[in-house]
Design a binder for this molecule. Structure first.
Ligand code: AHR
Length: 521
């Protein structure tokens, strides 16, 4: 079969960067469209917007009186950009911030200013509160994922918050929401019960946390029976499985009509060479490129280790593994407040994003949600802003390329990835996933990790004759190329067009690139 496919192919032209050398090896990739896997839940493309630095203030919220074009205080340029990547959910208000957040500070006419003790001890005006967040969610056609305050809050405070937000009956809190401009109940699709409770969320032991979890999961939820909320417990942040054991054991022993959870969170950042993160976001060499990629590929084994524990308690995979903080955590941009976690975003980040999304998609039966950290101006961001200026990062473009994978059906692929060797670091040279989109098309995502050499891919789907193929590739002059306010289009996707023969296609992938194409019947 392999032999027949190869003989049937002809070249597909693809523009290469000036620096590209001639491609040598050919990757033979086969999609088995007859063996569909799990649905790649659109929620793995979720975002995280913490009340941190310029993530919310300036990034989303500029205020109603701002000269920056806005709708009810929320910037229009950011809303338009986010709508284009179909953000399925936005986690808010934290992060570490969530466990010191008191919702009453951010509702009504008179807002309580507070010191943001989690991030930089700066004053938080609380101008962006619950109603503004829900307005933002509505403007970008997304879903709300609210993190409850378990660390410094109470079960009663969380109950009141959720009653204010979701109650569909004329209670005092629902009337207060109506008086604040929103008579109809909001929908909270997901609620997180705390954040990193083993660390910034309260330095709890696993036993401390499961005691809190039982109460929060028992008493706090949506007040609207027509719109229940999924409940997500705090999970691990390292390969250690003891926390996962404790939460899953609690779930196994106690779940029933009055207590349940639907997700367990996992936090894992790409941090190379220890804490605090110090790998430069730009101006790095090839060794740093390879080291950071090697680090990011640890996500797969980490998920597998934690999933194995979940499987032992929950073989039916009722509980989703929710990777609700992931991404590259690099050195802060020089000259910025280090507590604001601002970092540039390069073509390396684009490759990191694709590799992680592929890791999640391959495990779509268990990983049903993920949130990249963070959406705007913080860590591995989609968007950077500076006053009225806005620029889309390479990571943004990856999320846009992957839109057809949202709620698509995973299809197995076989290939020999080969090796990319840099010094003592050996990585796979190639990474790929395939899926059948809701549009009926077969979609391929193809990543060439090698930053110096293009890669020829000879792709075919068993039992499927493609009549055309089209897509886009994201490559850059250098692996540390970035988009800036002055030069926003250094790293942007370019169209691929090519010829097919007998339903198979040959693609040339530029060095260090992410390519998404569809095969069309
Ligand atoms: O994303 C930044 C921080 O990283 C979050 O607030 C916290 O949950 C994690 O440690």
């Amino acid at each position: 079969m392999r032999h027949l496919m190869t003989a049937s192919l002809c070249a597909l032209a693809l523009a290469l960067p000036m620096s590209a050398k001639a491609a040598d090896p050919v990757i033979q990739l086969t999609v088995d469209s007859g063996k569909p896997g799990a649905t790649i839940d659109r929620h793995i493309f979720g975002q995280f917007a913490e009340q941190l630095g310029h993530g919310v203030y300036d990034g989303i919220w500029v205020g109603k009186g701002s000269s920056i074009p806005n709708t009810r205080g929320i910037r229009n340029d950011v809303v338009a950009a986010l709508k284009a990547i179909k953000v399925p959910n936005v986690r808010w208000p934290g992060g570490c911030y969530a466990d010191s957040y008191h919702w009453r500070d951010g509702v009504g006419e008179k807002r309580q200013t507070r010191v943001n003790t989690a991030w930089g001890n700066v004053v938080d005006s609380n101008e962006f509160g619950t109603d503004e967040y829900m307005d933002f969610i509505d403007q970008i056609d997304s879903e709300a994922y609210v993190s409850l305050n378990v660390g410094s809050g109470t079960v009663g405070e969380a109950q009141d918050w959720m009653e204010y937000v979701t109650a569909d009956q004329p209670t005092t809190l629902a009337k207060e929401r109506a008086a604040n401009g929103h008579p109809a109940p909001y929908r909270v699709a997901m609620m997180g019960i705390g954040n990193e409770s083993w660390d910034c969320g309260g330095l709890m032991t696993a036993d401390d946390y499961t005691a809190e979890l039982r109460k929060y999961a028992r008493f706090v939820g949506s007040y609207n029976p027509k719109e229940p909320s999924l409940k997500i417990a705090v999970g691990p942040g390292t390969p250690d499985t003891r926390w996962t054991e404790a939460v899953m054991k609690t779930w196994k022993e106690r779940h029933g009509w009055s207590f349940d959870i639907q997700g367990l969170s996992l936090h894992s950042y790409t941090v190379y060479d220890g804490w605090p993160p110090h790998m430069p976001a730009t101006g790095f060499d090839e060794a740093a490129y390879a080291h950071v990629l090697q680090e990011t590929l640890k996500m797969g084994p980490l998920i597998d280790k934690q999933s194995a524990v979940m499987d032992s308690y929950d073989p039916e995979k009722k509980i989703a593994l929710v990777v609700d903080e992931w991404g590259a955590w690099l050195a802060p941009t020089p000259g910025t407040n280090k507590d604001f976690l601002m970092q540039q975003n390069s073509q390396r980040d684009a490759v990191i994003a694709a590799l992680n999304i592929n890791i999640f998609a391959r495990r779509a039966d268990r990983v049903r949600m993920a949130n990249i950290a963070q959406m705007i101006n913080v860590l591995q961001a989609m968007i950077l802003t500076d006053g009225p200026k806005m620029v889309l990062t390479p990571t943004y473009h990856v999320f846009k390329l992957y839109v057809p994978f949202q709620d698509a059906t995973f299809l197995p692929v076989t290939y020999d990835a080969g090796s990319y060797v840099q010094g003592n670091t050996t990585l796979p040279r190639f990474d790929a996933i395939a899926a059948k989109g809701k549009d009926g098309k077969i979609w391929l995502s193809l990543t060439n990790l090698d930053p110096k050499t293009p890669l020829l891919v000879d792709a075919a789907a068993l039992g499927f004759k493609a009549k055309s193929a089209s897509g886009q590739t994201l490559s850059a002059p250098k692996v540390d190329s970035i988009n800036t306010f002055e030069k926003p289009d250094v790293v942007t996707p370019k169209a691929i067009s090519g010829k097919l023969k007998n339903g198979a296609v040959m693609l040339t992938l530029p060095p260090a690139s992410v390519t998404v194409v569809s095969l069309e019947p």
